[in-house]
Design a protein around this ligand. Structure first.
Ligand SMILES: Cc1cc2nc3c(=O)[nH]c(=O)nc-3n(C[C@H](O)[C@H](O)[C@H](O)COP(=O)(O)O)c2cc1C
Length: 309
């Protein structure tokens, strides 16, 4: 049995979602926060709220940072350590051009000098633990190999590898052969991330990559929040039970977000993201009804109908 980690998804796995998931089902070793970055010389208050210990009480959370220099790395690590965190994840995988073209996320992979400098920074961080989340490269699969070798110079908690290039974003086939090649170069433990949507997927990956430390799940776990618990507890839930869990989470999320968000439109937009990856579970027609509901009243009616699925 491998560990399961909840992937960070900006706009989806915020502090509210993580708290509710952890409280109602869990099955996850650690939750990673969406990346925190330097913006106009500081950290956005929205990001600080997301990682504040008060908002993450009782949830096993690791903050993630994105940076394009040792200076940004050291600033962000300093601020996060001040909050009391002892472990930080380093984003070397984000493919969005806004980040990547500024040498952040997977944009850093082509700049071995910056990675080497950050590795030196990691060595000087004393008792702070680090992990790295990365992909294959921007437009090739060679960058990751070089970076993994550089990362062999430090002891990390693990490297999470998503086997796609930056130009692929989250589409197209995952390159499991490249994953096999690159993970074999790592002295650090490796976690597999990408397109896992069932317990069977995890069992197949376990058979092919027996040395993995674990799996990181994103969209598949958002679409079926019991997936980690089903795997780690060796259970198979019925569709009815899976949807019942989503509805229970939905009630708590509505409650929590109504304290933060203003007006029906904000609520509707936020709550619809909760179902975004759940089409396979809900099936097409009920899913469309929820996602296409034009106002909060119709939305809540469509959600209420899910109870009968
Ligand atoms: C909308 C969206 C936002 C994401 N935000 C982050 C992020 O903040 N940090 C990060 O490391 N990865 C981010 N990712 C990547 C996911 O963590 C994950 O690597 C990716 O979705 C592939 O895993 P999956 O197929 O299990 O979803 C994001 C992905 C999506 C689709």
């Amino acid at each position: 049995m491998k560990n399961i980690y909840f992937a960070p998804l900006q706009g989806y796995t915020d502090d509210v979602y993580r708290r509710v998931h952890n409280k109602l089902v869990g099955g996850v070793e650690l939750y990673y926060t969406p990346f925190v970055r330097v913006e106009v010389g500081g950290i956005r208050s929205k990001d600080l709220r997301d990682i504040s210990p008060a908002n993450n009480k009782g949830v096993p959370v690791v903050p993630q940072i994105i940076f394009n220099s040792r200076k940004e790395f050291e600033y962000l690590v300093g601020r996060i350590v001040e909050l009391g965190y002892k472990e930080i994840d380093l984003n070397m995988g984000c493919p969005f051009p806004l980040q990547a073209k500024h040498k952040r996320g997977c944009g850093i992979l082509a700049h071995k000098d910056i990675v080497a400098d950050v590795v030196e920074g990691v060595k000087r961080c004393g008792d702070v633990k680090f992990s790295v989340k990365m992909r294959l490269g921007w437009d090739n699969t060679d960058d990751a190999a070089d970076v993994v070798r550089l990362l062999n110079g430090v002891e990390l908690q693990h490297i999470t590898l998503h086997p796609r290039t930056g130009v692929q974003r989250y589409k197209g086939e995952v390159d499991t052969d490249a994953f096999a090649r690159i993970s074999s170069l790592s002295d650090n433990a490796v976690i597999y991330n990408g397109d896992i949507s069932s317990v069977e997927d995890m069992h197949n990956l376990e058979a092919r990559f027996p040395n993995l430390k674990g799996f990181m799940l994103g969209r598949g776990l958002l679409g079926c929040p019991s997936l980690a618990a089903e795997y780690s507890r060796g259970e198979v839930w019925s569709t009815e039970k899976r949807i019942a869990l989503m509805l229970a989470m939905h009630t708590e999320l509505m409650d929590e977000y109504s304290k933060i968000l203003k007006g029906d439109t904000q609520m509707l937009n936020k709550m619809r993201t909760f179902w975004e990856y759940a089409e396979p579970l809900l099936t097409r027609k009920p899913y469309k009804k929820v996602m296409k509901s034009g106002n909060l009243k119709n939305y809540l009616a469509a959600v209420a109908e899910l109870k009968r699925l």
